[in-house]
Design a protein around this ligand. Structure first.
Ligand code: TA6
Length: 306
């Protein structure tokens, strides 16, 4: 693992309105801070977890818990956790890390560059055969994950999984984005109307979404066949989510009681956040043959209210 100084020597820059540098973040975990003419962002090297994305003339888009814990190996509550190579609880061993191990480990920075005054790109990599032994017992097939993040007028992510082993692999995954909302009571998610979903709060009962998704109690749902755009409207702004390589999306808000039980989520935090996650889960699990690569892509942009 490179130190912050080495990373800065290799990648840091400041040119006109664009700058990028590495610094030691909370919990002694390095982060990269990015600015350009369109927006700014902060990404933790642990989990390649995006912690902030703020358009230059707008408010923060990504929610981060005030009570988040920053410690090596611990996922941070908020931001954009990368759930890989499985989503949720491991189907064979519930003691394996929830949502996979990618969000718990340090990623390598492959490249960080200014594309133009308006766009900056950072590329991260995770090679499973270079991880600690305990992860190789959980996941024995050598796999290379690359995560490309582009920061501009929009925030774009591309997560690619390359199967370096000589057998097929099956993964489930998600970009588990926590979005900031003005007021959960005034928030609605569009684009899922009429879609079937598995309701985790009722033992994964299959239901059909009627109208936009609104939150009035705990919501934890896996929507199926979700290849259209999704939007989050909190009456102050609209966030447009475009996704490719995903046919499943999760909508999650813990609501009051669960939020109280979660130590890393402030009691009223659930009123300011909603997770809308671009995923490959349930019947959308991905099978990758040896020497093949799978791409999951998502971008967010804002539509301001007049
Ligand atoms: O994506 C929804 C979900 O799987 C919920 O069931 C909830 O547990 C949430 O993710 C947070 O999971 P975490 O492991 O980060 O506490």
């Amino acid at each position: 693992m490179m130190y912050v100084e080495d990373l800065n020597r290799k990648f840091a820059f400041s040119e006109g309105e664009s700058s990028l540098f590495f610094t030691m973040g909370k919990g002694e975990i390095p982060v990269v801070e990015i600015k350009n003419a369109q927006s700014s962002a902060v990404i933790s090297l642990q989990g390649a977890q995006i912690l902030s994305w703020k358009p230059i003339d707008g408010d923060e888009v990504i929610w981060l818990s005030d009570d988040a814990v920053y410690a090596p190996g611990k996922p941070v509550r908020g931001g954009i956790p990368v759930c890989w190579p499985w989503f949720g609880t491991h189907e064979k061993d519930p003691f394996y890390p929830a949502h996979g191990f990618a969000r718990n480990v340090m990623w390598e920075v492959l490249d960080a560059r200014s594309v133009s005054d308006n766009e900056t790109e950072v590329r991260f990599q995770l090679r499973t055969d270079e991880l600690e032994e305990r992860y190789n017992t959980i996941w024995s097939q050598p796999t290379v994950v690359e995560y490309r993040v582009s920061i501009s007028q929009r925030l774009s992510m591309e997560l690619s999984t390359f199967n370096k082993s000589d057998q097929s692999i099956s993964i489930s995954q998600a970009l588990h984005t926590y979005f900031n909302v003005n007021d959960i009571d005034k928030t609605a998610v569009y684009g899922l109307e009429g879609k079937r979903y598995l309701d985790k709060t009722e033992a994964y009962k299959l239901k059909v979404q009627e109208g936009p998704v609104t939150i009035e109690s705990e919501v934890d749902r896996i929507y199926l066949d979700t290849d259209d755009d999704i939007s989050i409207d909190d009456r102050a702004r609209k966030i447009i989510i475009k996704q490719k390589g995903s046919r499943s999306s999760i909508v999650w808000n813990p609501w009051k009681d669960l939020a109280k039980k979660m130590e890393d989520l402030e009691d009223e935090g659930y009123r300011k956040m909603i997770c809308v996650e671009t995923a490959n889960v349930a019947d959308d699990v991905v099978h990758i043959k040896p020497n093949e690569r799978y791409f999951l892509q998502v971008s967010y942009n804002l539509q301001k209210k007049l």
